[in-house]
Design a protein around this ligand. Structure first.
Ligand code: MGD
Ligand code: MGD
Ligand code: SF4
Ligand code: MO
Length: 866
């Protein structure tokens, strides 16, 4: 049977068709889903490879020992009850995630805010969307995304600000590229200090100075005014604050952007040339100490020109997580209530309290993520429940966060695996049913609500997150409030509450679905809110803002410097973000060998001039240090980054590459308005890491390395691992045996004690079981060939006639860089289309097409380790 569901990764919210077969889970794009119309990216396509049971948490664990659900949940209920009784409701806290389903999220918020009486409930959306939420609310009165995905296809100009859409929202990117192919006059502008894969298809790339977006959009506002692009009618009818915003914009200094006059004119000309403009923005905007101001600087320009809410027009915040929007709808953040109601508004609070029949409700906002973990660290918060997120890796100042969790009197973690850096610090671990095993709804970037449906049985004792939360609610004494029989019942309650919110003048109203039967909920098609009586479209074409006056606000904005100045001790600016084929802390995507083959190590992109100045050579290791910590990563020298700036991916963890945990290096500086941390602007020092030995290991068994630097990923045959260290082990063979877990299997070894190199292959019943290659310099080997553990491997080379495919570039068809380069040379291929015809590469999801184009040009992208 084929089941319609939704991809659990990014906020595009692609529909998938799932079929459970004997061979595993088959995943296809849903041709009828309005987000993707059948398309999927490399991550969505590989979903079937990530639902295996390896590493899954099978049963609750209490203090490291397996426990029954009854015991574990009673303990959670008792500890929360006693902590609240002894120290008050604000001594407990919840830390949630934009990946929870709306129904899970709703129950958690009802439990904390309505019944435990604490607003200390925040989410990883604080690290992700909080600045957008704050910006939207300041301008519109509510957190409303005005437009729809169709606007991307109807626009004449699309501006991407701080968004690497090609890698982070690949299906939307593909939709834009298809629209551009059909209507070549559609102009694409990318505003990003880095030249990302998204820039490949852009008509204009503005590599602005980090943090200078407010100065850039203030400049645009002055030009809107000077060049007569103001929509005076719209502003007079619907917008307040224009004169002050313009005055402030005129006073601000555009040279902060470090863009030249030519670049600025080109941008202004494109923006003013056509009415139909969509500005997409994402983490380069949000994750900043002026994040909310950056959002408002963008909204100002759309409000001044009336380019909002009409076809092909509008500011468009693309959400990161699959249910970042849903989390905002249920009031996931510590200053919100369900259905876009405000916790600090007495009328809103009263309405929700009546509806829930809640015994007590907090009257003031609770702690935001950074302050929450500080309160955990100082002992003010004594009981903490973390669900569906991995803060010991993803929060800024991550070592301090890990220490705080470890020191907390009582920490509960709900996760699908017990191996994460956060799960390992928990007192109680609760096994969650995973994507594919559970039911609920998610809301994507354009307000479309879609069902996630179960197609697989829940693994072992695991239970859905909502069921864990509701059971604790009942055990704390609130039987009727948490007596949900299924997710449909939760959905109906949320939909009914949204009708009350609609009555209070809020935008989020799905009350038209408040009476769905269980069967109708099961069959629910994707729909876009608002849905009071019928499906909604765009907002604000004719004003109708959700402020008291019904008018929008433009804000007067002054560009502010980033929180941490670079100086002689910390001369480099560290930017962080995502790679194409991994999802956050890799707990799911790293199960796929295909996805792990794209970029197999944590790395920094560093400009050639900075590499020379710091003595960094390609593929060597560098140490990145800030006031909070140190990381060791592989150097990838490239002029894609500006001089003085480095970029590192966020994905590596204690499980995969402990020295690559980049958030250890990011201090917790936050936007004063939104509380969102500046994840993209640490001031750091760089130095070569003085390794005396480097190694590469491959094995059919799990590899357990011990060295200053290591990074391990899955391969089709098992695992592969890069290592390096300062002090070489006394005895390489016994070191290798321990690390590879090969016991006393017979070995073939080659050792050059004088030159410091060592190679060993351990032979099992079925041929080579594991092997290691050690050298005093970065090891040059045919890694992708060796990862298959061929019989005769100690030479490190493939036999003639068996060329090394190189690191995988096209994940869909598993085509390596070397294979492509050889075909380009031998067959004279000169376009991405010709590569596709010859090798299939790039012909499926299209995410690798920018890199294919780069291979054809001068800038060959190679894996860090090669
Ligand atoms: N493959 C993949 N896709 C994902 C995810 C993933 O983990 N992997 N995660 C999802 C999630 S939760 C999110 S939030 C989204 C994030 O999606 P994006 O926001 O597109 O991703 P990032 O790589 O975090 O950052 C985007 C860009 O911001 C730029 N930037 C840094 N500083 C500035 C600045 O001051 N101004 C401007 N204009 N730009 C700047 C960076 O150079 C970077 O290229 O991706 C989602 N999609
Ligand atoms: N420096 C820096 N730091 C960043 C960012 C950045 O750009 N730079 N980006 C930030 C952003 S935008 C985000 S969104 C965060 C993401 O950071 P996190 O939310 O910490 O990362 P994930 O790996 O998505 O964590 C999800 C966890 O949920 C578990 N899980 C999976 N399915 C289920 C389930 O059904 N139920 C439960 N209970 N658990 C489940 C997974 O195993 C995993 O441990 O990182 C933030 N941190
Ligand atoms: S673009 Fe890719 S990761 Fe995002 S929802 Fe679609 S298939 Fe999933
Ligand atoms: Mo995110």
């Amino acid at each position: 049977m084929t089941v319609r569901s939704t991809c659990p990764y990014c906020g595009v919210g692609c529909g998938v068709l799932l079929t459970a077969t004997v061979a595993g889970l088959e995943v296809k794009g849903d041709p009828d889903h309005p987000a993707n119309f059948g398309r999927l990216c490399s991550k969505g396509l590989a979903l079937g490879e990530t639902v295996g049971h390896e590493g899954r948490l099978a049963a609750p664990m209490v203090n490291g020992k397996e426990a029954a659900w009854d015991e574990a949940l009673q303990l959670v209920a008792d500890r929360f009850t006693h902590t609240i009784a002894e120290h008050g409701p604000d001594s407990v806290a919840f830390y949630l995630s934009g990946q929870m389903l709306t129904e899970d999220y709703y129950v958690a918020n009802k439990l904390a805010k309505g019944f435990m009486g604490t607003a200390n409930i925040d989410t990883n959306s604080r690290l992700c969307m909080a600045s957008t939420v704050a910006g939207h609310k300041r301008a519109f009165g509510t957190d409303t995304v005005p437009g729809t995905y169709e606007d991307l296809e109807l626009a004449d100009t699309i501006v991407l600000v701080g968004s690497n859409l090609a890698w982070c929202h690949p299906v939307l990117h593909q939709r834009i590229l298809a629209a551009k192919a059909a209507r070549p006059h559609l102009k694409l502008v990318v505003i990003d200090p880095r030249r990302t894969a998204t820039c490949d298809a852009a008509d204009l790339h503005l590599p602005l100075a980090p943090g200078s977006d407010v100065a850039l959009f203030n400049h645009l506002l002055t030009q809107i005014d000077e060049q007569g692009a103001l929509d005076a009618g719209y502003v007079a009818a619907h917008v307040d604050g224009y004169p002050e915003a313009l005055r402030c914009a005129r006073a601000s200094d555009v040279s902060l952007t470090e863009l030249d006059g030519h670049q600025l004119r080109a941008f202004v000309n494109i923006w003013l040339r056509s009415e139909k403009t969509v500005t997409i923005f994402s983490q380069g905007v949000n994750q900043s100490t002026s994040g909310a101001d950056k959002v408002n600087a963008i909204l100002n320009c759309h409000l001044a020109t009336g380019r909002i809410g009409t076809p092909g027009c509008g500011p468009f915040s693309v959400t990161g997580q699959p249910n970042a929007m849903g989390g905002r709808e249920v009031g996931g953040l510590s200053n919100m209530l369900a259905c876009h109601l405000d916790l600090e508004n007495p009328a809103h609070r009263h309405a929700v309290r009546l509806f829930w029949d809640a015994p007590k409700m907090p009257e003031a906002a609770g702690l935001k993520a950074v302050d929450m973990f500080r309160a955990v660290g100082s002992g003010k918060i004594k009981a903490l429940w973390i669900i569906h997120t991995n803060p010991a890796v993803s929060m800024p100042d991550a070592d301090a966060v890990a220490a705080a969790i470890k020191g907390c009197d009582f920490t509960v973690v709900s996760d699908v695996t017990g191996r994460t850096d956060t799960a390992q610090l928990a007192d109680v671990l609760l096994p969650a049913s995973a994507w594919g095993e559970k039911d609920g709804t998610v809301t994507n970037s354009d307000r479309t609500i879609s069902r996630q449906r179960a197609v697989l049985p829940s693994y072992e004792a695991s239970r859905p997150d909502w069921a864990q939360l509701a059971e604790v609610g009942r055990r704390m004494g609130w039987h009727s409030a948490f007596d949900f029989a299924n997710v449909a019942e939760i959905f109906r309650e949320h939909a009914a509450l949204s009708g009350i919110a609609g009555g209070l003048g809020r935008d989020f109203d799905i009350s038209g679905h408040a009476d769905l039967t269980d069967a109708q909920y099961d069959a629910l098609d994707p729909f876009r809110w608002p849905y009071a009586s019928q499906e909604g479209g765009r907002f604000f074409a004719d004003g109708g803002f959700f402020t008291k006056s019904g008018r929008a606000s433009m804000l007067a904005l002054t560009p502010l410097p980033m929180a941490q100045p670079t100086n002689s001790d910390f001369p480099f600016r560290l930017n962080t973000g995502r790679t194409r084929d991994q999802w956050h802390t890799m707990t799911r995507t790293a199960k796929s060998a295909r996805l792990s083959a794209h970029l197999a190590e944590p790395f920094i992109e560093i400009h050639p001039a900075d590499a020379t100045a710091t003595g960094t050579t390609d593929a060597s290791l560098v140490q990145v240090t800030s006031g909070t910590g140190t990381a060791i990563l592989r150097a990838l020298i490239t002029d894609r980054v500006r001089k003085g700036e480095i970029f590192a991916p966020i994905h590596w963890t204690g499980e995969t590459a402990p020295s690559g945990r980049i958030d250890v290096v990011i201090p917790a500086a936050v936007d004063p308005v939104s509380g969102q941390p500046e994840s993209k602007g640490a001031a750091v020092a760089l130095a070569p890491y003085a390794a005396n030995w480097y190694a590469f290991a491959i094995s059919r068994r799990p590899i357990n390395p011990q060295s200053a630097y290591w990074a391990r990923v899955r391969t089709d045959a098992g695992w592969r691992c890069e290592l390096a260290g300062a002090q070489a082990p006394q005895d390489w063979e016994s070191y290798a045996r321990d690390m590879l877990g090969v016991g006393d299997l017979p070995a073939q070894t080659i050792q050059d004690l004088h030159g410091g190199s060592f190679r060993a292959a351990f032979i099992g019943d079925d041929g080579v079981e594991a092997a290691v290659f050690v050298a005093p310099r970065p090891v040059s080997l045919m890694r992708d060939y060796l990862a298959e553990l061929p019989d005769d491997m100690l030479s490190g080379r493939a036999p003639i006639g068996r060329p090394d495919p190189g690191p995988v570039l096209c994940a869909c068809f598993k085509v390596g860089v070397n294979t492509i380069l050889r075909a380009v040379e031998a067959d004279g291929l000169s376009s991405v289309e010709q590569i596709g015809e010859a090798l299939q590469a790039g012909t499926n999801c299209g995410s690798c097409r920018p890199e294919l184009r780069a291979l054809l040009g001068a800038g060959v992208i190679r894996e860090a380790a090669e």
